[in-house]
Design a protein around this ligand. Structure first.
Ligand SMILES: NC(=O)c1ccc[n+]([C@@H]2O[C@H](COP(=O)([O-])OP(=O)(O)OC[C@H]3O[C@@H](n4cnc5c(N)ncnc54)[C@H](O)[C@@H]3O)[C@@H](O)[C@H]2O)c1
Ligand SMILES: [Zn+2]
Length: 351
């Protein structure tokens, strides 16, 4: 199935590849569809090793499979390697991997020779439902997440859930953190559906899984088409992410786990700010645990606050924080630093 979505900055083709549920991943179809010739694939070491036969015959650059690869040094090194491969403005870059790879490739393609075309083949659940979608890309600056980047849309996103057959359990959970995020902020029906099921339900039935992915992609696209530059409704997608970004690199947590903890902190803040019922926080925590995600973690509130003060969403001594009004409905509230710091301290005191 192929569907195009137009964003202010460009049109993206979403290609859902269904051969048969348990076939080996393929992107030959993609190559034919776009008459791709002048292509460089960028991936990480894990994916390169696991999918070596697929990459055979294609120019491929490989980065370490780590969040720490998302830095300016990698962008410089990859640019040099592209130049050595003879990549020019007609070259198309393909980011094949998880969010680390697609964030790097989106940014690299936006700046290499002032911009070349690019497409994504997300190979993690988190990448499929979130990181590859919406055009945000970028790298970290020290502990500060995604501080340097652009918003540039890929030409296409190619979905082949066969890649997920090799995904470790922990990465399934990390992907579900973002899926639970969509449920919390937009979709109480999805929240109920997730609560009534578990990872195996989605993992074992590729049609059920594909419709879950499509539902999340639809939520993200709806939000991004309305507000690509994040001046309004797109901010809601940051639910759980403000605190997550403060602790993710500090404790070297996977993004999904950091977001799970961030969502619990955001629920605690919501109890104060929007009078979200305590029962809603309990339900969010139970759902996170059902998908094997953490709800508690020892954190250094003062240190987290220091990182938070450099957050992109900072406005003077306030930060636009995403709170829940109820399950399935979120709001943006500018919160003073001291309110956030108290919530972090309270969370820290319970763990
Ligand atoms: N740009 C955005 O809008 C956006 C949104 C959400 C997250 N992100 C970013 O995405 C990153 C997290 O992405 P992620 O969770 O995909 O992490 P990741 O890219 O680090 O991948 C997780 C692990 O899975 C491995 N892997 C990838 N595909 C695999 C496969 N098919 N089989 C087995 N192993 C596989 C990777 O090598 C890695 O070890 C973070 O840096 C986060 O900031 C960006
Ligand atoms: Zn995220």
């Amino acid at each position: 199935m192929q569907q195009s979505v137009s964003f202010p900055s460009g049109k993206v083709d979403y290609i859902f590849y269904r051969k048969d549920a348990y076939s080996r991943p393929s992107f030959e179809q993609l190559m034919h569809l776009y008459h791709l010739q002048n292509v460089v694939i960028v991936t990480d070491e894990h994916v390169a090793k696991m999918y070596e036969p697929l990459l055979k015959g294609h120019k491929t650059l490989v980065v370490p499979p780590l969040e720490s690869s998302k830095d300016l040094h990698t962008i410089g090194a990859l640019s040099r390697q592209l130049l050595d491969l003879g990549a020019d403005r007609n070259t198309l870059l393909i980011g094949m991997g998880g969010g680390v790879v697609t964030d790097i490739v989106g940014f690299l393609a936006s700046v290499y020779m002032r911009g070349v075309s690019f497409g994504f083949i997300p190979t993690t659940l988190l990448g499929m439902v979130d990181a590859a979608v919406g055009g945000k890309n970028g790298v970290n600056l020290g502990l500060n997440k995604n501080l340097i980047g652009t918003i540039t849309q890929p030409k296409f996103i190619f979905y082949d859930t066969a890649f997920l057959q090799t995904l470790p359990n922990i990465e399934w959970s990390n992907g579900f953190a973002e899926i639970i995020k969509y449920a919390c902020i937009f979709d109480s029906q999805l929240f109920d559906e997730l609560s009534a099921n578990n990872i195996s339900h989605y993992k074992d039935d590729s049609e059920v899984l594909i419709s879950l992915i499509e539902r999340c992609v639809a939520w993200k696209n709806k939000t991004v088409t309305e507000d690509e530059k994040e001046t309004g409704v797109r901010k809601l997608l940051n639910f759980g992410h403000t605190a997550a970004h403060a602790i993710e690199n500090m404790y070297e947590l996977p993004h999904g786990k950091a977001v799970a903890i961030g969502m619990v902190i955001a629920c605690m803040l919501s109890e104060q700010i929007t009078h979200l019922g305590k029962d809603a926080t309990v339900r969010v925590k139970a759902l996170l645990q059902l998908y094997h995600l953490p709800v508690s973690h020892a954190i250094n509130a003062a240190k987290a606050m220091e990182i938070l003060k450099a957050d992109k969403k900072r406005k003077g001594d306030h930060i636009d924080y995403i709170v829940l009004e109820k399950i399935g409905q979120a709001a943006v509230r500018p919160l003073p630093f001291d309110v956030i710091e108290n919530a972090l301290k309270e969370y820290a005191s319970h763990n």
